[in-house]
Design a protein around this ligand. Structure first.
Ligand code: FES
Ligand SMILES: [Fe+2]
Length: 372
């Protein structure tokens, strides 16, 4: 039996009847290159994948570039205000068009100077009017299906995924009270960690590690003992990390933030790879993309109910995020080394409030890989 088949066999029960006492997946789930190829085709090309927050590109012409399973992408706000995800590949001979991020009136391919508008339409192609059959209208940058949800930009590469918002309705009672839509983008950055993408999804979504991994950063605020699972589905998982009674109020929060949401954060994952924390004061989000079996690209940012990025509460919160991210990174980069061991035998998962989110994630993976 191939390694991929072995992994699928271990996943399969999670699709229908998860074991009463679930166990972690076998190591090749995280380390096998052939399984990553399968994930890229069956998950990342077929599902909604979050690329960032719409507030990162607030003005017409604002853009950033990224890539997903080898597809160069251009995320851009048009003059009509719409956010689009376009193929960042020139319609002439296929060079990459835009680089980095910024604001542009036109996107001009540096190879032979074909130029595109912010909606992808081709506006100039030097000397091409002499070519019989050439028609600018047929040569715009290819648009990918895009959906905005909670101000986050999602792309679906194969164009066939079921609409996202209806699948996430069950989350809304848990997250709407935080008034995330009124939070502006205040910080964004990119990083690469030497671990499998699923290790980071699971790490973000399980509260079991909070106290031992983050003794001085998160344990004093959100200790492991106060984590409570929220029922998940095949589309998302979530839990609440309640604040220690010793933690002062976390501000600035929205005037409509109800009393019930002032003493916990809700962390959720929109499968496959968008992990988010809505705290009483700030939103922290991580958009994950696999970059080889042992590397994950992370586009992460913070949004807050503040007037500007210079609000005094922003820098301390970003510093806290950087501190606990460094702690997670260290753990996840040794985790992948341990998982490459042939001696490792998967252990039992911690109780539902702490690692039940991982079971939801396995169920998602089992569901998406069931018919391949
Ligand atoms: S490849 Fe872009 S103009 Fe030729
Ligand atoms: Fe962590």
């Amino acid at each position: 039996m191939s390694t991929v088949q072995t992994i699928l066999e271990a996943l399969e029960p999670f699709a229908t009847a998860p074991p009463a006492v679930p166990r972690a997946m076998p190591a090749p789930f995280y380390t096998d290159a052939d399984f990553l190829t399968l994930e890229e085709e069956a998950v990342f090309r077929k599902e909604w994948v979050c690329l960032g927050h719409a507030g990162e590109i607030p003005k017409p012409g604002d853009y950033f570039t990224t890539d997903l399973v080898g597809e160069p992408l251009l995320v851009v706000r048009g003059r009509d205000g719409a956010v689009r995800v376009l193929s960042n590949v020139c319609r002439h001979r296929g060079n990459v068009v835009a680089e980095g991020k910024g604001n542009a009136r036109l996107f001009s391919c540096a190879y032979h100077a074909w130029s595109y508008k912010d909606d992808g339409g081709l506006v100039a192609a030097p000397l091409m009017d002499k070519v019989p059959g050439f028609d600018k209208a047929d040569c715009g940058l290819i648009p990918f299906r895009t959906e905005l949800w909670q101000n986050f930009v999602f792309v679906n590469l194969d164009g066939k995924a079921a609409p996202l918002a209806p699948r996430l309705e069950g989350l809304l009672p848990h997250i709407d009270p935080f008034q995330h839509q009124d939070r502006i983008s205040v910080f964004v950055t990119d990083d690469v960690w030497a671990t499998n993408w699923k290790c980071l999804v699971e790490n973000f979504m399980e509260g079991y590690h909070l106290t031992p991994t983050h003794p001085r950063t998160l344990h004093p605020i959100t200790p492991t003992s106060l984590c409570r699972k929220i029922p998940g589905t095949v589309d998302y998982t979530a839990y609440e990390s309640h604040y220690s009674p010793d933690t002062p109020e976390r501000t600035p929060y929205h005037p409509r933030l109800p009393e019930t949401h002032r003493r916990h954060s809700t962390l959720f994952c929109v499968f496959p790879s968008f992990v988010v924390s809505y705290a009483s004061h700030f939103t922290l989000y991580l958009c994950l993309r696999p970059k080889g079996v042992g590397e994950v690209a992370i586009h992460w940012g913070v949004a807050g109910y503040v007037d500007s990025v210079d609000a005094p509460e922003v820098a301390p919160y970003v510093a806290l995020c950087n501190a606990f991210n460094a702690e997670d990174k260290a753990k996840l980069e040794t985790l992948i080394k341990g998982l490459r061991s042939r001696a490792y035998v998967p252990g039992l998962l911690a109780p539902d409030d702490l690692e039940g989110t991982i079971v939801d994630f396995y169920r998602f993976m089992a569901d998406r890989l069931a018919d391949i």
